[in-house]
Write a protein that binds this ligand. Structure first.
Ligand code: CAA
Length: 389
C-alpha cells in the first residue's frame, strides 16, 4: 500500500514587505538580507488572518465538500496557537464542515508540528486505509521590530490531504527522527514574540540535520545519489543552503549542480514569504514542484524538518505518475502578484496592532482582506470566524 500526499496547498496574507525597504530603514546593506540571509520579501498578516484562517484557506485550495465524510483524522500543527486549551483543529473542522466522527487535535513542537502530524497520519492510514487525514501547518513568525530575527519573520499556512491514494508524493516507510532538549528558540506563555539564541539555533539546526542524515543513511542504505532534491525547513533560505552544503561533497559534480538547482527552486516561495514555522518545509516542497520542470515519477526527495527546542526528522518521498496534474503553479503565481507592498511605516503599524489582551470585544475591518476565511473579531472572549466563499 502506498501512503502519501494526495493534495497540498498553501495560503499567505495579501500584504508583504520588501527586504530592500527593510534594509534601508534599518541602515543595513541590502545584500546582508538578500544574500547573507537569503530573503527578498516577507509576508505581513492583517489582524484578520491568524493560524486558523491561514490553515483553512490553504485547504480551500483543494478541498471539496464530498471529501468531508472520508476524513478520519485532522491534526493542526502550529507554534502560534490561539488558545492555551482548545485546539485550532476544532475551528478548522467546523470551517470545513468535517463530520463529528473525526479525531481532531493540535500538535506543538515549534516548527515540527506539521511533520508530527504527517507521521501520525502515516500510521493512522496504515491502520485505516479507507479513511483520509488532513494535516495543517500554519504560523505567524514574530521576532520584534529592529531585532536580528526581524528579517526572518513571515506568515502562512499549508494543508495536506494524506491518504492511501496519494497522487503527488508517496511517503517512504523509514524516517529518522532526532530530538534533544536544547534552548535555541522558545516562547513563554506571556510573550507574543519568540525568544531566540540566534546563532546557537543555526548551529543546532545543522547538528540535528547531520545526525538525522547520517543515521538515515545507516538504517536505509540510501546514498546521496539516490536523491534528486532536498526540501528543508527554511527559517530563512541560507539556513537550508548551509545544510545542503554539508552533504554536497558526498555527490558527484553533476549531481551537485542538480541538487543546487532544485534547492533554489524549493526556496523560491520561502524567499518571498519568510519563516512560516510548521508550514515552511511543505512550502519548500510546493515551491520545488511548481518550479522544477525536470522531475519525474519515481524521483526521490529528501525532506528535513526541524522544530526548535528541538525535534527534527529526516524522511523521504517519491513522486507519483502525473503528479503535475495535482499542482496549481498558475494560481500560486497569481497569489503572489495580487499582494500589496507595504511601506516600512505601514508594516510597523501593522506589526504593533495586536488583538486586545484584556478580554474586551473587538471588531476587525476585513474589507481589504480577500481571503475566503477571515477572523472578524472577538466577542465574549471568543474568536469569530467568517467563511465568506
Ligand atoms: N553581504 C552579503 N552577506 C552578508 C553581508 C553583506 N553585506 N553582511 C552580512 N552578511 C552575511 C554574514 O556573513 C552571514 O553569513 P553566514 O551565515 O554565511 O556567515 C549572514 O549574512 C548573516 O549575518 P549575521 O550572522 O551577522 O546575522 P545576524 O547576527 O544579524 O543574525 C540570525 C542572523 C542569527 C539568523 C538572525 O536572523 C536570527 O536570530 N534569526 C531567527 C532565528 C532562526 O531563524 N534560527 C534558525 C534555526 S532555528 C529554526 O530553524 C527554527 C525556527 O524556525 C526558528
Amino acid at each position: 500500500m502506498k501512503i502519501g500526499i494526495e493534495q497540498i496547498g498553501f495560503a499567505i496574507p495579501n500584504m508583504y514587505l520588501s527586504m530592500d525597504d527593510l534594509a534601508a530603514a534599518r541602515g543595513v546593506d541590502p545584500n546582508k538580507f538578500k544574500i547573507g540571509i537569503g530573503q527578498d520579501e516577507q509576508a505581513v498578516p492583517p489582524l484578520s488572518q491568524d493560524p486558523v484562517t491561514l490553515g483553512v484557506n490553504a485547504a480551500l485550495e483543494w478541498f471539496k465538500p464530498e471529501m468531508r465524510d472520508q476524513i478520519g483524522l485532522l491534526i493542526f500543527g502550529t507554534e502560534s496557537s490561539i488558545d492555551e486549551s482548545k485546539a485550532t483543529a476544532m475551528y478548522a473542522k467546523r470551517l470545513l464542515g468535517i463530520h463529528d466522527w473525526c479525531r481532531c487535535f493540535e500538535a506543538k513542537e515549534a516548527c515540527y508540528g506539521a511533520t508530527a502530524g504527517l507521521m501520525t497520519a502515516y500510521d493512522f492510514i496504515k491502520n485505516h486505509p479507507d479513511q483520509k487525514a488532513i494535516i495543517f501547518g500554519a504560523d505567524i513568525a514574530r521576532y520584534g521590530l529592529d531585532t536580528p530575527g526581524e528579517v526572518t519573520q513571515g506568515a502562512g499556512g499549508i494543508a495536506m490531504l494524506v491518504s492511501a491514494d496519494p497522487k503527488i508524493m508517496e511517503i517512504e516507510p523509514t524516517s529518522t527522527p532526532f530530538c534533544d532538549d536544547v534552548m535555541d528558540f522558545w516562547r513563554p506563555q506571556y510573550f507574543d514574540t519568540a525568544i531566540v539564541n540566534g546563532h546557537y539555533s543555526t548551529e543546532q539546526y545543522l547538528r540535528f540535520f547531520k545526525n538525522a542524515w547520517n543515521r538515515h543513511k545507516e538504517t536505509t542504505g540510501l546514498k546521496i545519489e539516490d536523491y534528486v532534491a532536498f526540501c528543508y525547513h527554511l527559517p530563512f533560505m541560507k539556513q537550508g543552503l548551509k545544510a545542503l552544503r554539508l552533504i554536497l561533497p558526498e555527490a558527484s559534480e553533476a549531481q551537485q549542480t542538480l541538487l543546487q538547482k532544485h534547492f533554489d527552486e524549493s526556496a523560491a516561495y520561502s524567499r518571498r514569504v519568510g519563516n512560516i514555522y510548521t508550514a515552511s518545509i511543505y512550502l519548500s516542497l510546493i515551491s520545488l514542484l511548481d518550479h522544477a520542470n525536470d522531475l519525474k515519477a519515481g524521483d526521490r526527495i529528501g525532506m528535513f524538518s526541524y522544530g526548535s527546542g528541538a525535534a527534527s526528522e529526516f524522511f523521504t518521498g517519491k513522486l507519483l505518475p502525473n503528479y503535475q496534474d495535482y499542482l496549481r503553479p498558475e494560481a500560486h503565481k497569481e497569489i503572489f502578484e495580487q499582494r500589496r507592498r507595504l511601506t516600512v511605516p505601514e508594516y510597523e503599524e501593522q506589526f504593533k496592532q495586536t488583538l486586545p489582551h484584556d478580554a474586551s470585544d473587538f471588531d476587525i475591518d476585513v474589507t481589504n482582506d480577500p481571503a475566503p476565511v477571515v477572523l472578524t473579531g472577538l466577542k465574549d472572549k471568543q474568536r469569530i470566524y467568517d467563511r465568506r466563499k
